[in-house]
Design a protein around this ligand. Structure first.
Ligand code: ZN
Length: 408
């Protein structure tokens, strides 16, 4: 299993220029190759073979690209390989050969957005407090946690606020071995259903309500102001640069705080439970609802689910992604009978069959946790098609098969 390990790095003043050159050259090589491919596509020609000869070897001999030779050729070659991979992913996605979300067309790279270069294993080495990069030298790394094994590549990133990061790709040992080596906590047999919402970020079947931090909303005023100010600044002025940085910093702050919140929450949930169930929300579809879109994007549900899946996989916990059409908010968690469809603003309802009063979200999360524990028998007996799907998802084999990840 491959994983990424990210660390903040601090290049010396003298290393900033070589780094900037590497970012620039890598970008130019990518863009030159991109245009060649684009041109071939437009004129219905075959794709140029030996592209690296064209945009690197030959280009170095010309006056306007002679500076390419100042940069490690590994970085330039890697940039081409990454572009190639991006096209391949795009085409196989078009043909339906890839799982998950459709991959977009590769785009030319911009000078003023996030910059990245990748070093293959022959162009870098890891030391106790630094990483050696070809033609750049030793760069200080803050190893916030140890690398589990020798990395196969490293991506050096400069974000829009001028921070530098190193992102190592490492092969991590088999999942079970991993969980044994880095135990997350004591063994547990708890199961937990998670209902994602907007009023609260999540409602657990234990009754706990996790506040929605609504980070973006808090910062929205500041971001709007910064945007207006940026729009008023003259082009190419120093003031514009400053205001652009200010805006980028605000965005980064929101993003970092949200990532931190999601990491802490998912780690806690995975630590405390053996079985987890969460609804398969159609986030992409919901974001199209313009009234809700900002609040939903802000909540970070997709990221939450991705993290939860990855961590359950890593630590051998069972995650059930409950079918989108399972009416978790309609079923009474006491008697298992359906109470019918409810509008979004109905926060509480009473079951007509057993007279229990339910909190909408808590009831839904209890239903979800039943799935995680494989006890949704009552529901199974009463309903049709989606039930058989549901059955597949129930993690009844929790003990015999510790790494079970069920996806629809
Ligand atoms: Zn009932």
């Amino acid at each position: 299993m491959k994983a990424r390990y990210n660390y903040r790095i601090y290049p010396k003043q003298s290393q900033l220029t070589p780094l900037a050159k590497a970012f620039g050259s890598s970008r130019v090589v990518w863009n030159d190759a991109w245009w060649l491919y684009k041109n071939a596509e437009r004129n219905k020609l075959d794709r140029p073979t030996k592209i690296s000869n064209l945009v690197i070897t030959q280009a170095k001999k010309t006056e306007e690209r002679s500076w390419l030779s100042e940069v490690s050729s590994v970085v330039l070659q890697q940039s081409l390989r990454d572009l190639q991979q991006a096209w391949d992913n795009y085409f196989s996605s078009l043909k339906g050969g890839r799982k998950g979300k459709a991959v977009g067309r590769p785009k030319p790279k911009k000078k003023h957005s996030r910059q990245a270069i990748r070093f293959a294993s022959n162009a870098f080495s890891v030391h106790s407090q630094s990483v050696y990069l070809a033609k750049i030298g030793h760069v200080k790394v803050v190893f916030s946690r140890p690398l589990p094994s020798q990395p196969t590549s490293v991506t050096v990133i400069k974000d829009t606020t001028g921070r530098y990061f190193a992102s190592f790709v490492v092969e991590i040992p088999e999942q079970i071995a991993y969980a044994e080596r880095y135990p997350l906590g004591p063994q547990t047999s708890n199961s937990c259903g998670i209902d994602l919402g907007l009023t609260h970020f999540a409602i657990l079947s234990t009754g706990e309500k996790i506040e929605n931090p609504r980070l973006h909303k808090k910062m929205l005023k500041k971001i709007k102001l910064a945007n207006r100010r940026l729009a008023k600044a003259k082009r190419d002025s120093n003031r514009r640069k400053k205001r652009k940085l200010r805006l980028a910093k605000l965005h980064v702050k929101v993003k970092d705080a949200r990532t931190d919140f999601l990491h802490k929450l998912t780690t806690r949930l995975v630590r405390e439970n053996q079985a987890l169930a969460v609804e398969d929300l159609n986030v992409a579809g919901m974001v199209k609802n313009r009234k809700l879109s900002r609040a939903i994007s802000d909540a970070g549900w997709s990221k939450f689910k991705t993290m939860l899946e990855a961590k359950c996989d890593k630590y051998g916990r069972d995650l059930t992604i409950v079918d989108r059409w399972y009416p978790s908010s309609q079923i009474c968690s006491c008697c298992g009978k359906s109470g019918g469809k409810k509008e979004l603003d109905v926060r509480q309802w009473q079951c007509l069959f057993c007279n229990t009063t339910h909190d909408r979200d808590l009831n839904a999360s209890i239903n979800l946790s039943r799935w995680a524990g494989g006890q949704s028998d009552q529901y199974k007996n009463e309903r049709g098609a989606s039930v058989s799907q549901a059955k597949l998802a129930v993690c009844g084999e929790a003990l015999t098969n510790p790494i079970q990840l069920t996806l629809f």
